[in-house]
Design a binder for this molecule. Structure first.
Ligand SMILES: Nc1ncnc2c1ncn2[C@@H]1O[C@H](COP(=O)(O)OP(=O)(O)OP(=O)(O)O)[C@@H](O)[C@H]1O
Ligand SMILES: Cc1cn([C@H]2C[C@H](O)[C@@H](COP(=O)(O)O)O2)c(=O)[nH]c1=O
Length: 205
């Protein structure tokens, strides 16, 4: 069976990270080797860049280029070799997050985003992207409940996450074959059943 690249997306607190383990287990139950990873991060260098990105103030174009720099390393050192070896890759975020957060949230010029996307991965897109869609006010309450100190992005106000959410939905509308929107207001179990059905239909049919 052809290897697959699956990505999870959504605003902070939408609940995507809570769903990834069930999808990995579903795929592994079919005897398939799965590599689970995340962005920014996924490699030793990427994880160092993650710390800077989540905690150091910087220009929005610096932020976008560092996201793509981490991604270039992630693709070269992990994603591409894993797919070439027939493994599936499940990533907690990828380039749709750069469109949502840097273009939608911060106002990055869309042509500059597109140029970076074309440079860094001209021939690779996820086979399936799940966007967990949620009202930013609900997501903020969920994050507040974790008791974890917020990072640079999580400290942004509701209007920022409204722009991020809208950008995610634009991305989904532009590529409905690849991107599926999950209503993240549901209970974790309801979401898990929906996610398993979407992954099963898209990847195992
Ligand atoms: N469907 C849900 N209903 C209620 N609470 C949820 C749901 N899914 C996750 N949560 C809770 O919301 C919080 C954030 O969940 P999670 O870390 O999965 O979100 P996330 O989208 O990955 O956020 P981030 O991108 O910041 O990591 C956790 O405390 C989690 O237990
Ligand atoms: C890949 C990527 C991520 N971000 C933002 C989104 C989140 O706020 C953080 C990552 O933290 P998480 O706990 O893993 O969700 O980084 C971004 O702004 N742009 C990107 O390309």
């Amino acid at each position: 069976m052809k290897s697959r690249f699956i990505t999870f997306e959504g605003i902070d607190g939408a609940g995507k990270s809570s769903q990834i383990a069930a999808v990995v287990a579903l795929i592994e139950s079919r005897g398939i080797h799965v590599v689970q990873t995340r962005e920014p991060g996924g490699t030793p260098l990427g994880e160092k860049l993650r710390e800077l990105l989540l905690h150091e103030p910087m220009h929005l174009e610096t932020e976008a280029m560092l996201m793509f720099a981490a991604r270039r390393e992630h693709l070269a050192a992990l994603i591409e070799p894993s797919l070439a070896a027939g493994k599936w890759v499940v990533s907690d975020r990828f380039t749709d997050a750069t469109y949502a957060y840097q273009v939608g949230g911060r106002g990055l010029d869309e042509a500059r985003f597109a140029a970076l996307e074309q440079w860094v991965h001209p021939h690779l897109q996820p086979d399936l992207t799940l966007i967990f869609d949620l009202d930013p006010a609900v997501a903020a309450r969920r994050l507040a409940g974790t008791g974890v100190a917020p990072d640079r992005f999580e400290r942004e106000k509701t209007d920022f996450f409204e722009r991020v959410r809208s950008a995610y939905l634009r991305r989904a509308a532009a590529d409905p074959q690849r991107v599926r929107v999950i209503d993240a207001i549901q209970t974790p179990d309801e979401i898990r059943l929906q996610v398993e059905a979407v992954v099963g239909e898209a990847c195992f049919r």
